[in-house]
Ligand binder design. Structure first.
Ligand code: PLP
Length: 400
């Protein structure tokens, strides 16, 4: 039997999942680079900065001192304390120690939450454009993702009316991701309050992915739905050290939620992965409790790049950008390019556009299809200004 035929034996859950598109394009770009092609990659989902020195030192010290064994399943007490401090200081949220769990990256906190809350038949509302893993994780947990399409007119944010219309008796979870990957949209306090008003008196949980909360621009202030007292029993806050501290490889994420949800996630984790990496937990304490100057410096650098990308891309015919308010992605609409012929090929959708840009102009981007937005492209500006300048010039030429 061929390998493909054997795949019939895979579980229905896995067969219903899609492969991560972001990983596919990044892999393709890496392969082209390895072949000696001069590819500018704007497909990465991680900061281009190194992990701060003090964080690395704490990790090294953890190894040297033999802190290399199993830890408490939900995380070491000093990290939980550091997380509580961060949430209080930066997000205005007070959580007790048993309302926090440390997991292997933001991804595990989210997967655990879906597994803890969802059954077959449950619906999970996911506003599009969405981060690729939300619908797939919901599917893996047996639930059905209900995609709510937003538009450039509302800055890619879901309106209360759209939320109301998407709710059914089966709705179990609403996913909110602000600042958003891929659009960079940030829901302000009034917008969060308006959405939460729709949920008042309804038994619907809000999974609030706040992974990019420290990477915001201008006077934009993200607002956690957990700030709303009546919503506290229903809100699960997910965050981590990956993006703020350039710690994507260390794999530290955390949840703050009512303790019965934390206990359930702990149960799942205790039977699957156990504690997050002991060394990385020590490093995360240094990240959260240490000097935060570098976080601000890097944020300011991202802001310069955002301004550059917004200004430049908007001057390319067929491309229209909203100003990202957070994260390090820009998500232009390429509607004006679709249907036109470039490199001898009609651009039918964003995958055609991304493949054309990569194959003919050596610029790696991620097609919006992956994020539920087929008329957009995601460009990461976690790259130097020189690389961004080169990429913009190639894109301009590509559509010239
Ligand atoms: N949430 C969002 C919105 C993300 O963009 C990512 C990473 O790309 C994650 C969660 C996962 O982060 P981690 O690398 O900590 O698993």
């Amino acid at each position: 039997m061929s390998a493909e035929s054997y795949e019939q034996y895979l579980s229905r859950r896995v067969r219903s999942m899609k492969e991560s598109q972001t990983m596919r394009i990044t892999g393709l770009a890496k392969k082209m680079k390895a072949e000696g092609k001069d590819v500018v990659s704007l497909s990465a989902g991680e900061p281009d900065f190194p992990t701060p020195e003090n964080v690395c030192e704490a990790g090294i010290e953890a190894i040297r001192s033999g802190f290399t064994r199993y830890t408490a399943n939900a995380g070491i007490p000093e990290l939980k304390k550091a997380i509580r401090g961060k949430l209080s200081r930066e997000n205005g949220l007070e959580f007790a120690a048993d309302e926090i769990i440390v997991s292997t990256g933001g991804k595990q906190t989210l997967a655990n939450t879906f597994l803890a809350l969802c059954d077959e038949g449950d619906e999970v509302i996911v506003p599009a454009p969405f981060w690729v893993s939300f619908p797939e994780m919901a599917r893996l947990a047996g639930a059905t993702p209900v995609i709510v399409e937003t538009s450039i007119e509302t800055g890619y944010k879901m309106t209360p009316e759209q939320l109301e219309a998407a709710i059914t008796p089966n709705t179990k979870v609403l996913v909110l991701n602000s600042p958003s990957n891929p659009s960079g949209a940030v829901y302000n306090e009034a917008e969060v309050r308006a959405l939460m008003k729709v949920l008042e008196g309804r038994e619907i949980f809000v999974l609030s992915d706040e992974m990019y909360d420290r990477i915001v621009y201008g006077d934009v202030k993200p607002f956690s739905p957990a700030r709303i007292e009546q919503m506290r029993p229903w809100v699960i806050v997910s965050n981590g050290t990956s993006k703020t501290y350039s710690m994507t490889g260390w794999r530290i994420g955390y949840l703050a939620a009512p303790k019965w949800i934390i206990a359930a996630c702990g149960k799942i984790q205790s039977q699957t992965t156990s504690n997050a990496n002991s060394i990385a937990q020590k490093a995360a304490v240094a990240a959260l409790d240490g000097d935060q100057t570098i976080v601000e410096e890097r944020r300011a650098e991202f802001e310069k790049r955002r301004d550059f990308m917004f200004r430049e891309l908007n001057t390319i015919p067929g491309i229209e950008c909203t100003l990202p308010e957070g994260a390090f992605y820009i998500f232009p609409s390429i509607k004006g390019v679709l249907g036109k012929t470039f490199g001898g090929q009609v651009m039918q959708n964003s995958t055609d556009v991304a493949e054309y840009l990569l194959a003919e102009h050596y610029v790696a981007t991620v097609p919006g299809d992956a994020f539920g937005a087929p008329e957009n492209l995601r460009l990461s500006y976690a790259a130097s200004i020189e690389e961004l300048t080169e990429a913009v010039s190639r894109i301009r030429k590509a559509f010239g």
